[in-house]
Write a protein that binds this ligand. Structure first.
Ligand code: NAD
Length: 364
């Protein structure tokens, strides 16, 4: 029988209620408390969940209600301080994406969690989604050949954020998916963008990530588009995948399409690119809420002492890329190069996810 984990959520604005709803519905979770600075938000949450305690004082959430775990769903600028207090209070901690405002903050949180034998997880929600899991399965089976490039677009009107630009708000989803598919850390990051509405906060950005072996990815993020678009194209040497997250049933389509250069030709008349147009097919994908799988994974990692798929280290990798993108933005798109290419050895990473954490006494 699974142990019941006592859990609290801090931040009940737009996203926090989704976490509250999912944890509330999981059998091995006892959602004990919700915390928000806003009394109005808490009043609303109490009407939805009258049996869950609502508190404005985070200290009380940490030390007054007997929690095993805390979920941080406050704005990004508060992630570090709230998560640090949570970890120092001995609570397993799930932080929403992006993990923190700087890689130095992420490193400190990882160190505290490791020192205290606590689970530290980041909400890279899309890695728990069935379409992304399916894409990874298809890529790993070699069905699309070698990946040439990935192109991702996440566009809509709003929601404007006050503390982070659109790259820090939307691109974490794309970057987490791309790193997971390619199993590699980029060598160079470029980013261009503009702040049209709020001075100093870019509302449109284009990031490009260059990987080894001429592979690259482009990520377009915007809060200023008339249409909502959530689309990723993965171009392989043999096949291509289009992932449209707004489709209800047909989120992934695989195109048996490619272009080949003839190996040899004698005259110009002989020279023809070989365009291959084959069938396209739509794999069956079971409908399920990714956030539910993410919440269950957090509980499982606590229960079994496992390193999460989206661990603090994955959160750090992503924040390093966002930092590089911000640096490049300041330099009008100048390349920011990582000193060492940190290709993630996939088998090692998979072995890591599933490894028992060293359980140490909790230092408070
Ligand atoms: N995984 C996803 O798909 C996803 C989607 C949306 C947002 N998010 C993330 O969720 C987090 C929250 O985003 P949001 O859009 O809900 O923000 P929001 O501004 O709508 O809500 C934040 C809430 O936190 C509260 N808050 C702020 N500081 C606090 C503190 N110190 N203690 C207690 N409460 C505090 C605010 O009163 C507010 O109600 C962000 O990190 C965001 O990136 C993740």
């Amino acid at each position: 029988m699974k142990k019941t984990i006592a859990l609290g959520v801090v931040g009940c604005g737009y996203w926090g209620p989704n976490l509250v709803r999912n944890f509330k519905g999981l059998p091995n979770c006892n959602l004990k408390a919700m915390c928000d600075l806003s009394e109005a938000r808490l009043k609303h949450m109490r009407t939805l969940y009258p049996d869950v305690k609502g508190v404005t004082d985070f200290e009380h959430l940490l030390n007054g209600v007997g929690l095993d775990a805390v979920v941080v769903a406050a704005p990004v600028k508060h992630h570090y301080s709230l998560a640090k207090a949570s970890l120092l209070a001995g609570k397993h901690t799930l932080i929403e994406k992006p993990m923190a405002s700087s890689s130095a903050e992420c490193e400190e949180l990882i160190e505290i969690a490791e020192r205290n034998g606590l689970v530290l997880m980041v909400g890279h929600t899309f890695l728990y989604s069935a379409p992304v899991r399916k894409i990874v399965e298809i890529v790993q089976a070699g069905d699309i050949g070698e990946i040439r490039y990935i192109n991702s677009r996440r566009l809509n009107l709003g929601l404007f954020q006050k503390d982070i630009n659109v790259a820090w708000d939307l691109a974490p989803h794309d970057i987490s998916i791309i790193l997971h598919i390619l199993e590699e850390f980029p060598v160079v990051v470029n980013c261009q963008g503009n702040a049209h509405v709020t001075p100093g906060i870019e509302d449109v950005t284009n990031i490009s990530l260059s990987f080894r072996h001429k592979r690259f990815a482009t990520i377009q993020s915007s809060w200023l588009e008339p249409r909502k678009i959530r689309e990723m194209t993965i171009v392989g040497t043999r096949r291509m995948i289009v992932y449209d997250d707004l489709e209800t049933h047909e989120k992934i389509r695989i195109y048996d399409t490619r272009v080949e250069r003839p190996p040899h030709h004698d005259t110009f008349a002989d020279f023809h690119y070989s365009y291959h147009y084959g069938d396209s097919y739509i794999p069956y994908i079971k409908q399920e809420e990714p956030l539910k799988a993410e919440c269950q994974h957090f509980l499982d990692c606590i229960e079994e002492g496992m390193t999460p798929l989206t661990s603090g280290r994955k959160g750090l990798e992503l924040v390093r890329i966002l930092e590089a993108a911000s640096k490049s933005l300041k330099g009008q798109g100048a390349p920011v190069t990582f000193s060492e290419s940190r290709a993630v050895p996939s088998s090692l990473e998979r072995a890591e996810a599933g490894k028992v954490l060293p359980v140490q006494p909790v230092c408070v």
